[in-house]
Design a protein. Structure first.
Lengths: 237, 237
C-alpha cells in the first residue's frame, strides 16, 4: 500500500484556556477540522468544546479515541486503523500543542512507523511563547516537564538546572500543576542564586496574561501569587 | 512612570519561507501589525515583504531598527526609546518566532529590565513544529542550535547528545545551514547507533513539507537530499 493511499495525521493545537480563537489559531486549522470525522484526543470534554467552537461536523457524528496518561501504550494501535484505511485523523491535546508535555507523541511515533504522513498545524504552545517572551537565551534551551515534588530532591534538581544554565548558557524550562505554582516559586527563590534570572509566564494568550523576567533577588521582594493560573517557569543567566 | 504609560513590545512571528498566511498566522496578528509604526527586525528586506503582505501601514512611514548577529549588545538601548515614550513596537525575526535561534532575546530582556510589557503572538516555529511531528519525547527536550562545524568535535558532540537522549530520555534538537544539511545527515548516520531514532523535518508549513522519523539504520538505506531546504534535526531513543 503506498503512502498516498493512507490518511494524514493532523496535529491540531487547541486554545490555552478560555482565549479567543482569532488570537491563537490560523484560519487554515478551521478548514482542516471541518473536514475531519475522526479524532484522537487527550480529554473528551475539552476536545468537544473546542471542536464545536471551530465549527466541526456534528459532534455525535464524530469518532473519538482517548489518549491520556491512563492509556497503555499497547492499546493505541487500533487508533491508526482509520489512517491505514485512508481516513484523515486529527490529534488534539487538552490545551496547546499535541505531542509536547502530553502523551500524544506515542501515536505520532506509531504513524511514522507505518509510513503515515504527519502534518503539524500552527497554534499556541505555552512553553514556546514563554521562552520567546522571557528574553532568556533562545539559542539553547531545555524543557524538563515537572520537577520532583519532594525535598530534598526538588532543591537539588533546581540547583542542578541552575548550574547547567550558567555552564552552558542554556535556558531551563519547567512547569507545575497550577495549584502548586506558589510553592514552586518559593522553592526557586530559596534554591537559586540572587543574580539568576527567573521568568514566570502565566495565563499566556489570555486577557490576564502576565509575563515577567527579573533576578531572583528582585522576585524575593514581590508578593504576587500565581496559584491556579497555568504558568511556565524559566531560569537563565 | 507607571507600566501602563509605556508601550507594549509585541513578538511577531513571520512565515517560514514562502508559505500561505492563513496556514500559519492567526487573524489577530494582522490587527496588531496594522496598528504599529515601529519595528525591530532581523532582516530589513524580508521584514518589509512580510509586513506588506500583512497589510501594514505604508512601509515608508514606518521606523525600523536592525537587530541581527552584527548588532552589538551595547547599541540596542535606543531601540526601546519608543517603548519608554509609550509607543507599541513589533519585534520580527527573519523567519518564524523572534527570540528563538536569533538575537531577538536581547531586546526582550532589555524590555523586562525597564518594566515594559512583552506580548507574544502565536505563529510558526520550525523547532516546535518539528518536535511535535517527530513523535519523539515531547515531555523532555533540548535545543542546541548549530553543532560544531569541524571534525572531530562534531562527531564527539553528536555522540554526546545521543548519550543524553538515551540516559535522560530527552529529545535532542539542532539545526544546520540549509546547504550543509546532507553533510550533517551523513555525519549523524556515521556517528549514531543503528537503533537511534532520527527525525528530519524540512520545509515545514510549505507545500513541499517533508517530515520523517525512522531509525538510523533505516535512514542509511535512504537516498533523499535535504540540501537547500530549511530543516530541523532531532534524535531520540
Amino acid at each position: 500500500m503506498s503512502n498516498t493511499e493512507k490518511g494524514i495525521l493532523y496535529l491540531i493545537p487547541s486554545l490555552l484556556g478560555d482565549s479567543v480563537i482569532e488570537r491563537s489559531i490560523p484560519a487554515f486549522n478551521k478548514e482542516i477540522i471541518q473536514s475531519l470525522e475522526e479524532f484522537i484526543v487527550e480529554d473528551l470534554r475539552s476536545a468537544r468544546r473546542f471542536l464545536i467552537k471551530m465549527g466541526s461536523k456534528p459532534i455525535d457524528s464524530l469518532t473519538f479515541h482517548l489518549l491520556n496518561e491512563h492509556t497503555t501504550h499497547g492499546n493505541i494501535s487500533p487508533y491508526i486503523d482509520g489512517l491505514l484505511k485512508g481516513k484523515n485523523v486529527g490529534l488534539l491535546s487538552d490545551a496547546g500543542c499535541p505531542g509536547i508535555a502530553d502523551p500524544g507523541a506515542d501515536v505520532v511515533r506509531l504513524a511514522h512507523k507505518h509510513g503515515i504522513k504527519v502534518v503539524p498545524l500552527v497554534g499556541p504552545s505555552s512553553i514556546l511563547l514563554a521562552l520567546i517572551s522571557s528574553g532568556l537565551n533562545g539559542q539553547g534551551f531545555s524543557f524538563h516537564g515537572y520537577l520532583p515534588k519532594k525535598q530534598p530532591e526538588r532543591g537539588a534538581k533546581i540547583k542542578q538546572l541552575e548550574s547547567i544554565a550558567y555552564r552552558d548558557n542554556q535556558t531551563q524550562i519547567f512547569i507545575e500543576t497550577p495549584y502548586r505554582n506558589d510553592a514552586l516559586l518559593q522553592d526557586l527563590l530559596s534554591a537559586c542564586r540572587p543574580d539568576t534570572l527567573l521568568c514566570v509566564a502565566s495565563d499566556i494568550t489570555l486577557s490576564t496574561e502576565y509575563i515577567r523576567t527579573a533576578t531572583v533577588k528582585e522576585w524575593r521582594a514581590e508578593k504576587r501569587s500565581f496559584n491556579d493560573h497555568p504558568a511556565v517557569f524559566l531560569i537563565g543567566k
